[in-house]
Design a protein around this ligand. Structure first.
Ligand code: KG4
Ligand code: ZN
Length: 477
């Protein structure tokens, strides 16, 4: 049992003094209490015996752990963590912003426990404990409480809601895809997409909350894709987010769609920095360097078509259903590399170009047709995919080497591609590079990635008011 000490707890005060401070008569702890309103003691009782305690100060929105001890005979019984749990409960109720403490640098066990509670090392005080250095540690409270972010994604043809805890634990995700609606037009029709989003939005939200067994009141913050994407589609998600934020008084976090794709990897494994992200989707082809969370440096990008767009157009020419990407991936596995296609923008920059490759495939198909020949779809898919793999791997591996980085992540719909994954896996293993790929399911658009990214934006204080708007074209910052 944990008790907050007050001046009437004579019996416990005496025990504290005798067991932990070797004081037998002086009422020093009691005096400290009466004279200092900032001093508090939490004591852990075992059958009315004090076996552990935590002494802390609270001053405005800060706390300091001054003394913290558990009797030797009662170690390893989670008494320390129970006391810390209680402290965090009090800190949360008092809206404390940060907690600091000082610990002997050789007290590895205590330091490990503090790390588990989110304390970070701040500085070292030389010889603070007579010959032993003191380690100053700090915990920012916002990072401690469980944060449930509701993510909303509607930038293209998926209406999706998701709840993710602390940026890493997916609680529930619902994706309503419109692919079947757009298939008959061979691509996404923007007006139809936004109408379908409007029709779906409330149902998808409801289903997501039901699946998570949560209410809007349980949500900490709302993250929404504000761009880039189809403006009519984006607007539906952004308006939904603003309405929910206003109604339930929750912080609103605008999320860039590409940062979402990047953080889809965080749901597999916590991102390790510095890293290089190869973003390959229907609208993007970019190499991005990240030194830490929410720091994006673009090394290069496509000068014309995105790689996914190229896949879809090639798919259309060889007569496969929209979206062509996944179908070409499957065909490629069955074919051989027999067609000669140019490697586009095979230079020393980190830029890409796919319109030339697309035109080369279109011309090849037309020429063959004019000559009365039929193309071998599997072989063409294989030849095309090999060129794509060549150029993507060449530039990405070069960037890793040049910037001396050994963490790679893939992001975006095209990251679902088997051929691309396999080649990167092989090259990374050869070169001792750590790699993470998003799950196949969350390579393409979804709200789990937006919620994951939203968590780090929340920690970075990227909170917006209700004037935010959807933007169809916007750089990642
Ligand atoms: O990320 P995403 O869902 O939407 C954008 O943000 O653009 O990506 C969709 C793109 C489409 O072009 C689709 O053809 C492509 O990802 N894609 C693939 C594969 N699965 C999806 N491309 C190649 N291979 C795949 N297995
Ligand atoms: Zn996307």
């Amino acid at each position: 049992m944990i008790v907050e000490l007050n001046a009437n707890c004579e019996k416990y005060i005496l025990q504290l003094e005798r067991k932990f401070f070797n004081i037998f008569t002086v009422n020093s702890i009691k005096d400290d209490f009466l004279n200092n309103p900032y001093t508090h003691y939490l004591i852990y009782l075992n059958d009315n015996d004090v076996v552990g305690f935590l002494n802390y100060y609270d001053i405005y929105d800060r706390m300091e752990i001054v003394n913290f001890n558990v009797l030797n005979a009662f170690q390893n019984k989670h008494i320390g963590s129970s006391l810390l749990d209680k402290l965090f409960e009090i800190a949360n109720n008092k809206k404390i912003k940060n907690i600091t403490l000082e610990v002997r640098i050789d007290n590895k066990k205590a330091i490990h426990l503090y790390h588990k509670y989110g304390f970070k090392e701040v500085s070292i005080r030389k010889n603070y404990y007579q010959g032993v250095d003191g380690l100053l540690m700090e915990c920012e409270m916002i990072k401690m409480k469980d944060v449930y972010v509701l993510g909303i994604e509607s930038s293209c043809d998926e209406t999706s809601f998701s709840i993710v805890k602390n940026g890493v634990d997916e609680i529930a995700t619902v994706i309503s895809s419109q692919i079947d609606i757009h298939k008959k037009y061979g691509g996404v029709v923007p007006e139809i997409a936004s109408r379908a989003h409007i029709k779906n939005v409330t149902f998808v939200l409801e289903e997501c909350l039901n699946k998570a067994n949560m209410k809007m009141e349980d949500i900490t913050a709302i993250a929404v894709t504000y761009g880039p994407g189809l403006i009519g589609s984006l607007l539906v998600g952004v308006e939904a987010a603003k309405t929910l934020s206003f109604l339930y008084n929750k912080p609103l976090i605008p999320v860039h769609h590409i940062s979402g794709h990047i953080y889809a990897n965080n749901l597999i494994k916590r991102l390790e920095f510095p890293l290089i992200a190869l973003v390959i989707s229907g609208g993007h082809t970019e190499l991005i360097l990240m030194d830490k969370d929410y720091s994006f440096k673009k090394l290069g990008g496509t000068l014309d078509d995105a790689v996914g767009e190229c896949y879809d157009k090639v798919g259309r020419v060889i007569g496969v259903e929209y979206p062509g990407g996944p179908v070409i991936d499957k065909l490629a596995k069955l074919g051989s590399d027999t067609y000669n296609l140019p490697i586009p923008l095979n230079d020393d920059t980190y830029n890409f170009s796919f319109s030339g490759l697309k035109s080369a495939v279109i011309n090849l198909v037309h020429n063959e047709e004019q000559r009365g020949k039929t193309i071998n779809k599997e072989d063409l898919a294989c030849s095309f995919q090999n060129v794509v793999i060549d150029i993507l791997t060449k530039k990405t591996m070069k960037a890793l080497k040049e910037y001396n980085i050994n963490n790679l992540i893939l992001a975006g719909g095209v990251a679902a591609n088997n051929g691309i994954r396999n080649k990167f896996k092989e090259l990374c293993e050869e070169n001792n590079i750590n790699y993470t790929f998003p799950s196949i399911k969350y390579s393409t658009d979804n709200a789990a990635m937006i919620a994951a990214s939203g968590y780090y934006a929340y920690l970075d204080n990227r909170i917006s008011d209700l004037t935010i708007n959807a933007i169809s074209s916007v750089e990642l910052k």
